[in-house]
Design a protein around this ligand. Structure first.
Ligand code: GDP
Ligand code: IMO
Ligand code: MG
Length: 430
């Protein structure tokens, strides 16, 4: 048995899509287990770019791909993404894509509410993707979600809609928004039911069968551990658990099925949206990283905030995710810099600390302690072996390994699928 969880170890956009695509050659099944279409995962194959938000990256290779119960599914977006990928020549049928019957749906009222909070007076602003993710998860834990399976039961759907609206309409009234007529919501759902239902499955059972048959299962995380609802920079986080443990809950497999956790981290740090970011560089260095790294959001097109690599945060996320090895990405973006800084600790109110505190106030007062390393003038872009890397780049990678206390298992040197250096195969590591 060899099942691998891929998890973002920073604030998202670490290059999970590329690494999952690369690893999925070695896998039989690829599973999304949290988040929704707030994710934007980019795959570049022979110069062609594919952007996936809801579908597991494994669909591009034709692997059995599962949208697990932990994901919140916007059915209209599902239909759009299906069409977009099919138009790009990807074959997607119920033979290679399944969606959990018990996954909660994102409805237009969730998108409305998300946008209204974001547009309102800035005290509530998180800088979300406005895709309705937070409100949909609120309804899930509030036990009033409409779920995928409800689309197959039109006779009882109206009662579920009324239950949901008993919560939302008073809320909307309070926000000065028009109330929603149950019939409108019913029609919204029936419009897409026939497109979704052929993909619906008892995915916990399918996964159990696959596991027993010895299939290799790859779990594709979305967002990053620092956006985790418990362990991230709360309240500036997403509304799901993004850490590796969620792979079990969000798919219906026991934690014992997971053999290896691969954390994905950039050779520097980025963040989109509001919230603390100790190593952020609002200066030339930050501009350099943003320009060379093409740091614009896949989903919203927003400019990503950029800063130096933060070893303190990575160590902490390695602990909370149980990360066995790291895939270090975008090393090439540092090519050409005279010097590169790494955060190795913080100063908080005059004291040195080696962790990120959970209080938001303390997080914003952190002063990073940096080590400076000499940059390399040669290029690492497109390197496919260690031998092609300049000595100073190797030194940087080795130093990161020392600082974070975890090995680099994979190294990525460009957006292209094949520009990847394998050190340890996560599926083979015991
Ligand atoms: P994800 O959300 O973690 O899948 O990452 P995104 O796709 O949102 O952002 C990562 C971006 O970096 C994408 O545009 C990738 O094509 C690109 N990328 C991934 N790995 C590398 C790399 O090693 N070097 C460079 N230059 N770009 C990379
Ligand atoms: P991938 O999978 C980066 C951020 C948003 C915002 C916060 C909450 O591509 O790495 P939400 O819409 O989830 O309620 O927004 O989380 N965020 C991401 N940042 N990459 C992502 O996904 C993200 N998904 C959400 O910018 O700060
Ligand atoms: Mg992304």
């Amino acid at each position: 048995m060899a099942n691998v969880v891929v998890v973002g170890a920073q604030w998202g956009d670490e290059g999970k899509g590329k690494i999952v695509d690369w690893l999925s050659e070695r896998a039989d099944v690829v599973v999304r287990y949290q988040g929704g279409h707030n994710a934007g995962h980019t795959l570049v194959i022979d110069g062609t770019s594919y952007k996936l938000s809801l579908f597991p990256s494994g669909v591009v290779r034709g692997k059995l791909s599962i949208i697990g119960n932990g994901v919140v599914v916007d059915p209209h977006h599902f239909v759009e993404e299906l069409k977009k990928l099919r138009d790009q020549g990807i074959k997607i049928t119920p033979d290679n894509l399944r969606i959990a019957e018990n996954a909660p749906l994102i409805l237009s009222l969730h998108r409305d509410l998300d946008a209204a909070r974001e547009d309102a007076t800035s005290s509530l602003k998180i800088g979300t993707t406005k895709r309705g993710i937070g409100p949909a998860y609120e309804d899930k834990v509030g036990r009033r979600s409409i779920r995928v399976m409800d689309l197959a039961e039109p006779d009882t759907l109206m009662a579920k809609i009324e239950r949901l609206l008993a919560h939302h309409n008073p809320l909307r009234r309070g926000m000065g928004k028009p109330e929603i007529d149950p019939k409108t919501l019913y029609d919204e759902l029936m419009e897409v039911a026939a497109d979704i239902l052929p993909f619906m499955d008892r995915t916990w059972k399918l996964l159990d069968e696959q596991r027993r048959a010895g299939s290799r299962i790859l779990f594709e995380g979305a967002q990053g551990a620092l956006l985790d609802n418990d362990f991230g920079t709360y309240p500036y986080v997403t509304s799901s658990n993004t850490i590796a443990g969620q792979a079990a809950t969000g798919s219906g497999m026991g934690p014992g099925a997971i053999n290896y956790v691969l954390g994905i981290a950039k050779a520097y740090t980025t963040r989109v949206g509001e919230g603390p970011f100790p190593t952020e560089q609002k200066n030339e260095a930050g501009e350099y990283l943003g320009t060379h790294g093409h740091e614009y959001g896949v989903v919203t097109g927003r400019k990503r905030r950029c800063g130096w690599f933060d070893a303190v945060l990575l160590r902490q996320m390695i602990a909370v995710c149980g990360i066995n090895g790291i895939a270090l990405t975008k090393l090439d973006v540092l090519d050409g810099l005279d010097e590169i800084k790494l955060c190795v600790g913080y100063e908080l109110d005059g004291k040195k600390i080696d962790y990120m505190p959970s209080s938001m106030g303390a997080q914003t007062r952190l002063k990073p302690i940096y080590e400076t390393m000499e940059g390399w003038k040669e290029t690492t872009a497109g390197a496919r072996s260690w031998a092609e890397l300049p000595a100073k780049a190797v030194k940087y990678v080795r130093h990161i390994e020392e600082l974070i206390g975890a090995p680099v298992a994979l190294l990525s040197t460009s957006p292209e699928r094949l520009d990847t250096i394998l050190v340890t195969d996560p599926f083979e590591d015991r």
